[in-house]
Write a protein that binds this ligand. Structure first.
Ligand code: ZN
Length: 201
């Protein structure tokens, strides 16, 4: 096994991943949207808004490429590795409004271990996309499962969605929790219990 799972797509090493983003077209679309919402972009203060909105969305949907480098587990560490409270923000694919909160990520090492900061990078990699919280949770877990081949992976995501707090049911402060458990984290009750008690403590 190579020990490196490439998660970057296109561009040089320092280029942000911006696959498929057409800034001039996005800017024109924001101008159209403002017009359709009855706003005049010639109006003072709105003239530069389409450019700013297009740039903001492009930034929110791009992330620095990185490599999920792993190392041999020479110490034969066989207890849970847990990183709690990894902050993230994302964009809800149903409303294009932000949602954000924290992710707790854990794995039970097999032959390979990974730098702890990389767990945060994996969260960011999938958060900077149009997302559903359930899908985000599953993608983080699946990525680690495939790249590290650990004995188990557990991911819990807690987030507040602006599309729920500002509109619709309007429940500010309501947090949604999702989880994805793979391998022993799902199948072994003791491991699962240990993970859940570590992240909900
Ligand atoms: Zn939404």
């Amino acid at each position: 096994m190579s020990g490196v799972a490439a998660l970057h797509a296109g561009g040089g090493p320092r280029r942000r991943r911006q696959a498929g983003i057409d800034l001039p077209r996005a800017e024109e679309a924001v101008r159209d949207l403002l017009g359709a919402l009855g706003r005049d972009t010639e109006e003072h203060g709105l003239a530069d808004t389409p450019r700013r909105v297009a740039a903001a969305y492009a930034e929110l949907l791009s992330c620095e490429p990185f490599e999920l480098t792993s190392f041999p587990n020479d110490a034969h560490y066989d207890e849970l590795v847990v990183v709690r409270d990894i902050p993230f923000h994302s964009l809800c694919m149903h409303h294009l409004l932000p949602f954000g909160g924290v992710a707790h990520v854990a794995y039970l090492p097999g032959e390979r271990i990974v730098g702890l900061s990389k767990l945060g990078r994996v969260v960011e990699r999938f958060a900077r996309d149009l997302q559903l919280q359930e899908r985000l949770t599953m993608q983080i877990a699946t990525c680690l499962h495939e790249a590290l081949e650990p004995k188990g992976v557990g991911v819990v995501v807690e987030a507040e969605h602006l599309c729920m707090s500002l509109r619709g049911v309007q429940k500010p402060g309501a947090r949604t929790t999702t989880s994805a458990l793979l391998g022993l984290m799902r199948d072994d009750p003791r491991t699962r219990q240990e993970f859940l008690s570590l992240v909900t403590a």
